[in-house]
Write a protein that binds this ligand. Structure first.
Ligand SMILES: CC(C)(COP(=O)(O)OP(=O)(O)OC[C@H]1O[C@@H](n2cnc3c(N)ncnc32)[C@H](O)[C@@H]1OP(=O)(O)O)[C@@H](O)C(=O)NCCC(=O)NCCS
Length: 180
């Protein structure tokens, strides 16, 4: 699957909210949260976008390439084929190894899971962190979230410690850190 990672903007909020509700339900953030996150200069918000029309046409006869999609975007057309399939937001913090990134939230649209969307987003955060000469990226995850834990371990995160009763339902949080 071909996709692009873009800086999130106001036009993306509806779809980000849709994915958040789908993936987190009542545990998700309030609707106005995403708008305030976009305005927060110390926070970073990115989305994964696919062009479903190009994907479909390429699959069938290979006649259309993604340049058409890009040209249309540059001219400012709203492309009905464009779909947000995942998002990530993170912030800069300072830890024992110096400045780092803390991943606050990541989610993938249900029907696009297990296609490498979240892996691409996290690798993108690693790239940004390395560009800034940060030594680490960290995050917290519910101890019951086996899929996310599998993903973080696959990408080289290691368990740092456990925060007992961290979530409102009494669940523990595992703090994972990736050191470069
Ligand atoms: C966690 C999440 C972001 C992963 O997104 P994704 O785009 O599907 O991730 P990727 O495709 O990059 O990788 C998924 C990995 O999980 C694995 N996986 C899928 N289901 C699994 C399961 N039930 N148990 C263990 N691993 C599982 C996949 O096989 C894949 O690993 P692999 O590459 O070794 O095969 C997504 O499942 C999601 O949105 N979950 C709900 C929100 C959430 O929990 N966010 C994290 C909060 S800390």
């Amino acid at each position: 699957m071909k996709f692009k990672i873009l800086k999130a903007n106001k036009k993306h909020i509806k779809e980000i909210q849709e994915i958040s509700t789908q993936q987190f339900g009542l545990l998700g953030w309030a609707p106005n949260f995403f708008e305030s996150e976009l305005k927060n200069e110390n926070h970073f918000f990115y989305v994964v976008v696919v062009n479903q029309c190009v994907e479909n046409i390429q699959d069938n006869n290979g006649l259309v390439n993604s340049n058409i999609f890009l040209k249309k975007e540059k001219k400012g057309f709203i492309n009905p084929c464009q779909k947000i399939v995942g998002f990530i937001n993170f912030m800069q913090t300072e830890g024992e190894l110096g400045l780092d990134f803390n991943i606050l939230n990541i989610a993938t649209r249900e029907e696009f899971k297990n296609k490498g969307v979240a892996s691409a987003l996290i690798n993108f955060v690693f790239k940004l962190a390395k560009q800034r000469k940060f030594k680490s990226v960290w995050l917290e995850v519910r101890c019951s979230n086996n899929v996310a834990i599998h993903l973080y371990q696959k990408l080289g995160f290691q368990q740092l410690y456990i925060r007992k009763n961290y979530y409102s339902n009494g669940e523990d949080a595992i703090i994972f850190r990736k050191i470069f």
